[in-house]
Design a protein around this ligand. Sequence first.
Ligand SMILES: [Fe+2]
Ligand SMILES: [Fe+2]
Length: 184
Amino acid sequence: MSLSVSCTLSAAMVLATVALASAQTPAPTLAIPKALQAEHHDLFESLEAATKAGGKTGEAAKRAMAVLKPHFEKEERFALPQLGALETLTRKGAAVPAGLREDLIRRTDSFRAELDGMLAEHKQISAALKDMREAAAQEKKDDVAELAEMITGHAEMEEQVLYPAALLVGEYARAMSGVTGSTP
Ligand SMILES: [Fe+2]
Ligand SMILES: [Fe+2]
């Protein structure tokens, strides 16, 4: 075998290996920002404690938990992981791998499909929290009444900031999809 044929074959093998490796490279995993994870955890734990408060307050907290738990799970699946890419996307001149962009676009499409349902869940949660706040006020359980306000504020912040930011991350990734190597 001549040297040139051998080099050509080696180059082809290298290219094939790189192509195979890139096809097999999984999309980077996106971690929910720690501050958001901590906030969900704290609110969940506090509501869990309120379900044991007894009386009408405890019953109202159980009804709130029945809608809040699956809602939080849905958010942690569809809405919050994209926000873990914010730091990478906004770093000046940062390389953003195609796998990450594709993952963000996919996640955004899934989130949009769930969005109306999640906003409807916020309304259900808000109604359940209103009952919880009123029961807690009657039964002088001020910490539970305060918790109802905190969770209501959390949902408002999501609708006004986090959900739009999560969608924007995906739309930014979509806009970048023809660009390689750095932010546009
Ligand atoms: Fe949430
Ligand atoms: Fe929410």
